[in-house]
Design a protein around this ligand. Structure first.
Ligand code: TRP
Length: 341
């Protein structure tokens, strides 16, 4: 059910062959700065879909931040930092709705009926949540951690999104969202459509240490990194001592990770990048990667330079007003279908 895109046209869902020009929803957990994994996984797709005329909703998933925290976090600061990342990437706040799900009560209320449609076993088996629990390395797991994929279904279904641009790690949550929509419709009558995912250019862009690029692992390049920070991170990445650079992910994973990164930034095949570097060795490879990343980030940095926290706060307020209107309506439909009202 993975949707693909046909440049330069609209997004097409191959399962149905139908053109998807309607609502697109996606979002992120505001844990402090988006990185290149987010950019290639979903941000680039969002900007493209917006340019194609889709109605874009972007949720700043602030409740997801507290899934594994045992101390208060500065959520207002994290939310505005994320909005600034979005704007820097080219998401247009006039053409899209950017909001925090905590600011939309009716969206959160959808969680309750949705929880009744999911079994605890299903939640226990979610591979992405299992991985997050492992990475967090904590002795106990909060109930919010286990149930956040259901909350994420509310993020998606409150506005009846048709398409959800995400990275590969979010596929289990999309499956669950479709299951919830299907079960709700079967039990109470047709209210929800079945949203489809739109995967980014790369499944998972690895971090500079070869593990999944992740904020918590500190192995990523943030969209807000300065040119010098990018250079320092890339220089510190591991490579090998072979002079000839080749793209061989199985044998030379460290070199392949750098080639993939350069290839994505340049819009080229990683093998072609390797070919160009030839026998110039790891130092040249790193120079190419640094230039490629900084080239991609230059316009993003330029857009960010003109923006401040007050801009982000105003955008979130405006987005919440619009999201509340839609969420109230969906909740009213849900309540009517369930004969709650
Ligand atoms: N869980 C997603 C992530 O970690 C963020 C997210 C929250 C999301 N709500 C969403 C993604 C709704 C897509 C749709 O990246």
């Amino acid at each position: 059910m993975t949707a693909t895109t046909t440049a330069p046209g609209r997004a097409v869902a191959p399962a149905t062959g139908r053109t998807v020009a309607g609502r697109v929803l996606t979002g992120d957990r505001p844990t402090g700065g988006l990185h290149l994994g987010h950019y290639f996984g979903t941000l680039a797709n969002r900007v493209r879909l917006q340019r194609q005329g889709c109605e874009l909703f972007v949720v700043v998933a602030d409740y997801q931040v507290v899934t594994d925290r045992d101390r208060p976090v500065d959520l207002p600061e994290l939310r505005t930092a994320m909005v600034l990342d979005y704007l820097a990437c080219g998401i247009d706040p006039d053409a899209s709705t950017i909001f925090a799900h905590s600011a939309v009560p009716a969206l959160n209320q959808l969680l309750l009926p949705f929880l009744s449609l999911v079994s605890t076993g299903e939640l226990d088996r979610n591979p992405t949540v299992k991985e997050e629990i492992r990475t967090a390395g904590r002795s106990s797991v909060s109930a919010l951690m286990l149930t956040y994929p259901v909350h994420q279904a509310a993020d998606i279904l409150f506005c009846k999104a048709e398409l959800v641009p995400v990275g590969k790690d979010q596929l289990p949550h999309l499956e669950l969202t479709r299951a919830i929509a299907r079960r709700f419709n079967e039990r109470y009558g047709p209210v929800f459509g079945l949203p489809e995912e739109l995967l980014g250019a790369t499944g998972t862009l690895l971090g500079l240490d070869g593990r999944k690029m992740s904020k918590s692992l500190g192995n990523g390049i943030a969209l807000s990194d300065s040119p010098d920070q990018v250079a320092a991170k890339v220089r510190a990445a591991r490579t090998d001592s072979e002079r000839r650079i080749s793209y061989a992910p199985d044998i030379r994973p460290e070199v392949a990770t750098l080639l993939t990164l350069a290839g994505l930034c340049l819009g080229e095949d990683p093998a072609a990048v390797a070919e160009r570097i030839g026998t110039a060795g790891a130092a040249e490879l790193k120079r190419v990667v640094i230039d490629a990343v900084n080239g991609l980030l230059a316009p993003i940095r330029a857009r960010r330079a003109g923006l401040g926290r007050a801009d982000a706060e105003a955008i979130l307020r405006r987005g919440a007003d619009r999201a509340r209107e839609i969420a109230d309506q969906t909740l009213a439909e849900v309540n009517a279908a369930m004969r709650m009202g």
